[in-house]
Structures are given as C-alpha cells and as structure tokens.
Design a binder for this molecule. Structure first.
Ligand SMILES: *Cc1c(COP(=O)(O)O)cnc(C)c1O
Length: 393
C-alpha cells in the first residue's frame, strides 16, 4: 500500500520544515559574517541573532530577550542549567531534587554530581508517570537549592504539574529548572505564569535543525559557565554563534506556536484514535502514561509477550519508523527506566512501542499502521514460548 516511509518517531527527532530551511540558507551563503565583527556583513548576523532571541523569548513569554542563551541543544542546556546553578549556589546548599523519569541528560548529570559532593533525591512517580506534590515538598531540606523536573516525558508523554512545582520551589526559596524539550513548540509554555527559573529547549524536536537549542535563565538567577572562551552570549556561553541554526530554531518555534491549537486538535484526535483502535482490536495491550495529561502526539503501548525490538524491526520492514522506549535507550538491552518507574514488570516494559506523531501525519498513515500491525503482533506472539505456554493453560 504505502511505499514511502511513515514516520512515527517525532519524539526522537523531526525533519526541518522547508520554510525553516529557506530562512536558514542565506546565513550559510552570502550572510556568513561572524556576529562579533565590526563591518556591515557582521551586522546582518547580529541582527538575525537579536531577532531570533526576541522571537524565542516571546514564544515562552520570557520577560526579556536577554534571558535566552543559545546552546548546542537540549543535552547542553540541561547540563549547563544543573552544573551552572550547582556551582553558583554552592554556598546555599548541595541538595537537588529531580525525578526517576528524567532524560539521561538530567539523570546522568545528577549522578555525576552525586559522586562530587551533592545529594540528589529522585522522586518516584505514580502509574501514570506523575510526581506527587506532597512528596516533593517533603523532600525539601534547608540544603535544597534546585528542583529539576521535566515538563513532559519523552517516552510516555505525561505532563507534570509544572506551575504547582514552581510554586512549591519559590515558596521555599529554591530554583526551578525544567527540561521542556518535549513541551516547547508542542504545548503552551509560559515561564512567568508557570514559575520557571531555568528552561531547556531543543530545536530538532519542533521541526528545527539538530545541534541547536537554548537555555532560558530568568533575570537575577546566577549561573556559572560550563565553557570558557570569547564574550558571546554575555560571556556566559562562548563560541562563535551558530547563526543559521539559531535563525532556523526561531522560525521553527514561531511556526509551531502559531499553528499549535490547530495542529494539536488534530494530533490529539489521531493519538486517541490509535490508542482506542489498537486496544480494541489487539488483545493484551496496555496504555502507558496518563490517559489525558499527555503530549498530543504521544502514544506508548505495551504488547504483552512481545519484544519491542522485534516489533520495531517488523514495522521497519513495512517502512514504519517508531520507537520502543526512547531513542537513547533503544541501543541498550535494559528496559526503559521510565517504564520501570511507572511500575511495569521487566517483561512488559520490554514489549513497549512508542508512536510519536507530527503535524504532517495523516489518517492514511494510521490506516496503514492498522493494516499491518495485527498480523505482525500475531506472528511475533506465535514465536513466543511464554505466549504459547499461557495459551495452553
Ligand atoms: C531529546 C531530548 C533531550 C536531548 O536534546 P538534544 O537536543 O537531542 O540534546 C533532552 N530531554 C528531553 C526530554 C528530550 O526529549
């Protein structure tokens, strides 16, 4: 039926919108000036940077564009936020509160800090992947200087009560960082009304280019450098600015925010259609993550008696791109830490499929998935010793 690829892995990355690419191209070509230089060619780059900073600040309702610092992506923004604040506030304390379901860019940074004098509390989550606000407040000590909790989870799509988390943080005089890589450009993000002090974003998750992101740092929040070099980004993040990518990120974010209401109506409908029809038509399938407080494009299902990896390979043969767990864990054999944290037993966590939709997906894509999936699941289950054993019993 479908010969071209059906892409259902927008949580891993997205393509660059053609309009975005068109805006980037001049900065690779005729407008290649180094933004730090004095001549007119450089002014074009400086002007582009200022405009991009303004656009991005507006999209997350930052109070001024100087609160936006460009980075190489979500991973760098997360590392910088946590390391930079830990260093700048070392006289205040050494205790960080985060969760068990963070992206590895946060988890592994915290683990490193634990080996170097910090105490870290990893909050657990309920079966839907939500933290408990009382547990959060009870974890606070007089040494706590930072709460780092993701806005929306990349695997199961669950959205956290961000505004309430920020309220608790500020009530206790603690900074709040959120890894909003899955949220920015996808659901409404307002750093002021949501009490956010530091926020990480990444362009390639909202149809911008890879290798560029930003860290929002609220005015007045102190942050130490991770890198040392030139005076770029107000001496905070040196290195010649990646002007084409920064321009692309701003353009992609503006478009995503302008189209968000319209796109999300459609994504939510398609998401719920996939969940409902698969659970209705294929036995022994469960939904992971929150039924409603989840990213509009996120579906995460566990198929009992099946290896997620085999499912992905079978789907790939039908030209369908999907994921099991996250892109970062799919190279390892351990089941996803997120699925274990919501209480799934190992064997069910291993059988998970993540489908993440983007604005270009259509009902035809979903029909095509439905036309191949039941057969694949049936075939893989027939090969499973556990499945045959339980069927005989
Ligand atoms: C993709 C992702 C990251 C990493 O962003 P990169 O730009 O790929 O480094 C961090 N956190 C979350 C939640 C993500 O989904």
């Amino acid at each position: 039926m479908s010969c071209s690829t059906v892409y259902f892995d927008h949580g891993a990355t997205t393509f660059v919108r053609p309009e975005v690419l068109a805006k980037m191209l001049p900065y690779f070509g005729q407008s290649y000036g180094n933004a730090s230089s004095v001549y007119s060619l450089a002014k074009i780059s400086r002007y582009a940077l200022t405009n991009a900073r303004k656009t991005i600040a507006e999209c997350i309702n930052a109070s001024e564009e100087n609160e936006i610092f460009f980075t190489s992506g979500g991973t760098e923004s997360d590392n910088w936020a946590i390391f930079g604040v830990t260093e700048a506030y070392k006289n205040k304390g050494n205790h960080i509160i985060t969760t068990k379901i963070e992206h590895h860019a946060v988890l592994n940074t915290c683990e490193y800090l634990e080996k170097n004098g910090c105490d870290v509390t990893y909050l657990s989550v309920d079966k839907y992947g939500k933290i408990d606000l009382n547990e959060l407040e009870n974890a606070i000590t007089d040494k706590t200087f930072l709460i780092s909790i993701m806005f929306a989870n990349n695997e199961i799509g669950t959205i956290q009560p961000v505004k309430e988390i920020g309220e608790i943080a500020h009530k206790h005089g603690i900074l709040f960082h959120t890894d909003a890589v899955q949220a920015v450009g996808h659901i409404p993000v307002d750093v002021q009304s949501m009490n956010i002090d530091l926020l990480s974003m990444s362009a390639h998750k909202f149809n911008g280019p890879k290798g560029v992101g930003a860290l929002y740092v609220k005015k007045g929040v102190k942050i130490s450098n991770c890198f040392y070099g030139g005076a770029q980004e107000k001496n905070k993040r040196p290195g010649t600015e990646n002007v084409p990518s920064i321009v692309g990120m701003a353009e992609a974010l503006k478009t995503a925010c302008d189209e968000m209401i319209y796109v999300n109506t459609n994504l939510t409908r398609m998401r719920d259609r996939i969940i409902k029809e698969i659970i209705q038509n294929i036995p022994d399938v469960i939904l992971n993550g929150h039924p409603t407080d989840r990213l509009p494009g996120n579906v995460n299902l566990s198929f009992k008696y099946i290896e997620g990896e085999s499912l992905l390979l079978a789907l790939d043969l039908k030209n369908i791109c999907a994921s099991s767990g996250s892109a970062c864990t799919s190279a390892s054999l351990d089941p996803s830490h997120v699925l274990l944290a919501i209480g799934l037993p190992h064997e069910i966590a291993h059988g998970s499929l993540r489908i993440t939709l983007g604005y270009e997906n259509t009902d035809d894509d979903i029909d095509y998935l439905f036309s191949v999936l039941p057969e694949i699941v049936e075939r893989l289950r027939n090969m499973s010793p556990l499945y045959n054993k339980e069927r005989k019993e």
